[in-house]
Design a protein around this ligand. Sequence first.
Ligand SMILES: Nc1nc2c(c(=O)[nH]1)N[C@H]1C(S)=C(S)[C@@H](COP(=O)(O)OP(=O)(O)OC[C@H]3O[C@@H](n4cnc5c(=O)[nH]c(N)nc54)[C@H](O)[C@@H]3O)O[C@H]1N2
Ligand SMILES: Nc1nc2c(c(=O)[nH]1)N[C@H]1C(S)=C(S)[C@@H](COP(=O)(O)OP(=O)(O)OC[C@H]3O[C@@H](n4cnc5c(=O)[nH]c(N)nc54)[C@H](O)[C@@H]3O)O[C@H]1N2
Ligand SMILES: [Mo]
Length: 674
Amino acid sequence: MERYWKRTACPHDCANGCGWLVETDGEKIYRIKGDPEHPASKGLICEKTAHYEHTVHHPDRLTTPLRRVGKKGEGVFEAIRWEEAVTEITTRWKEIIARYGAEAILPYSYAGCEHKIQYAAGHVFFDRLGAAQLERTICAKAQGEGFHQIIGSTPGVNLCDLHQNDYIILWGNSVRAVSVHACKEILEAKKKGAHVVLIETYETESAELADEVLLVRPGTDAYLALAMGRIQQQEGLLDQAFLEENSIGYKEFLDTLADYSAEQAEEITGVDKEKIRSVARGFARAKAPVIRVGAGVSRHQNGAMNVRCITAFAALSGSFAKKNGGISGNISSASAYDLSLLEPSDVQKKPVRTINMNQIGSALCERENGPIMSLYVYSANPACIAPNQSKILEGLAREDLFTVVHERFLTDTAKYADIVLPADMSVEHADLAASYGNLCIQKTEAVIAPAGECKSNFDTFALLGRAMGFEEALFQMTNEQVQAAILQTVTEQRAQLAPQEQERFEQGYAVLLKQPDSCAFATKSGKIEFLRPDLPESLPRYVAVERKYPLHLVVAPHKATLNSSFAEREELVEKRGRMSLLVSPGDAQRRGICDGAQIDVWNDLAHVRFYAKLHSGVPEGTVVAEGVYTQAQSINGLTVNALLSEELTDSGRAATLCGNTVEMAAISEEFTKD
Ligand SMILES: Nc1nc2c(c(=O)[nH]1)N[C@H]1C(S)=C(S)[C@@H](COP(=O)(O)OP(=O)(O)OC[C@H]3O[C@@H](n4cnc5c(=O)[nH]c(N)nc54)[C@H](O)[C@@H]3O)O[C@H]1N2
Ligand SMILES: Nc1nc2c(c(=O)[nH]1)N[C@H]1C(S)=C(S)[C@@H](COP(=O)(O)OP(=O)(O)OC[C@H]3O[C@@H](n4cnc5c(=O)[nH]c(N)nc54)[C@H](O)[C@@H]3O)O[C@H]1N2
Ligand SMILES: [Mo]
């Protein structure tokens, strides 16, 4: 059959939102390449998706519904028909609703597919069912809150514009792992003389891009930011005119800066005070300064405050008014779509209980306030990615918990399911792509038919809705019809596109929305709000966090995989290597730990075994776990997530993934250096 290229977009949870061209004959995908006409990704794609045809046509893909015949977690299933699966699910749910009420049913989903229709596909269904609600805050909610408290929803700098900057701070952003495009933009900026600073907890690969590397004690960034503000204040580097015109409460804020000093900053953050002075000066004097803020700094007990303080620092020298200046990290093109069709309309008929997705382990194990009797997981893999893994596994193993998992592969979570439903992939359905690293939007359509009996999230909820007897029009629709219905409302952002751009969007090209003026702050006052008397913390300040164990555990993304996704791809998993903990040589030596040896790592939650990987770029007192591993890839059945607590951030009720502490020891009898 004749092969041709079709335009589509990467569906993964990643700020880049790359454009793809896929080679197909209408039945199979043969090759994937970057779409050179995508305004942000400009023809580049990452190593994970370069051979996405291997994921789409992987022999391990789930292609039929399954019923569990083995023990929970064992992964032994028999194939069943969709009708049987749907009957079993709806029968069990009706029984549970009659006995415990609908709030005993809990959906669990995140951004396995970032595209807007599949992401939100279950919201109306579970609202209609009256199920418990899930707070979807595992990722960057505290980061968002931190920005929101000072600059509102002002969209920041596009990743694809970083080539314009002459001073770039990568603040807790593992750009080499998570964004090939930003790297290219930064390299282009460097060719024109840009200065790049990396502020990190350890020397990531991104250090190769940096002229200066500042390694901080995790969670102390707010102090660093405010001390740099103090230095600018003392050295006359503040942009008073900008602050006067564009902010409120800056005088009150400046009054508090006397509490911060470079000397004390060195003590608290561990960064040399001369380096701190140099960055404070360099950022203020630059013509086009920008700070790319990653989510890592916000994944702490003081996480939203860290982001608020970094943003306050960016404001003091007027960076927002400079060329492509200010903050990058607060941008999203999702609001170009009116997604109200996929959101419950009458904001909850009666209030239902809410479960925070970071506390799923406790929620499943807790019985007193009415137990969760059924869990429906889609586009997520909680057994691997959520905090407090031991508790989650204990909950998932409950014999009386009816678990349904809609998945592409038999993940660790799916192994605990009573019923598994096969999910299709983005090249097999229509959807709407948006990004959280640039302002691109793109309409996608099915390139090939779904594998086997796979169904999209939306089609599955429509089927379940009809089977439950729900009569709403939404449950009678298909992906294509939902896409068309959403696009009928031309939002303000899409209306601003030039006619030829609107045409290109209709034809499936990615288009870039208009970037608003960087000083049109989307706050109540229209200005940067240093002073917020309505918040518990009225001004940005450093909040210290108590630590129990001597080593600070940081989790970080790995470039070869994406959270627990891509575990099916052996070549990527191999590149990543075995489950290791990056340890400073000093901390290792003090505990008699050799490079490559197995170690026991623990805190109040669990004992997890790792291979020690000595790394001179990890400061003493910090240990790092890159990547998300599966149980089969682990040594003792647990991964780093067993050491992460369910504690939530200061604002945003997000995960404190980087705010945990541990101790470690060598395992002498099982010394396995190789
Ligand atoms: N290859 C790959 N790409 C990915 C992902 C992946 O797993 N792999 N995950 C995707 C997802 S879901 C997301 S949300 C994004 C995340 O992308 P980013 O926002 O860039 O990454 P983070 O996970 O926030 O982690 C970035 C860095 O934060 C640092 N960090 C942690 N705590 C602190 C701190 O207190 N101070 C400072 N200065 N730094 C700190 C960590 O050391 C880490 O290197 O990437 C997406 N892209
Ligand atoms: N240790 C550690 N833990 C982490 C992180 C970390 O860096 N380190 N990162 C954290 C972050 S930032 C995030 S956002 C979360 C992410 O956590 P999750 O959102 O759970 O992300 P994934 O692990 O990628 O799992 C997504 C699952 O969705 C499935 N999927 C993909 N597309 C579809 C679809 O269209 N339909 C259905 N039904 N399923 C689909 C995939 O096969 C995959 O198994 O993890 C967090 N946990
Ligand atoms: Mo995330």
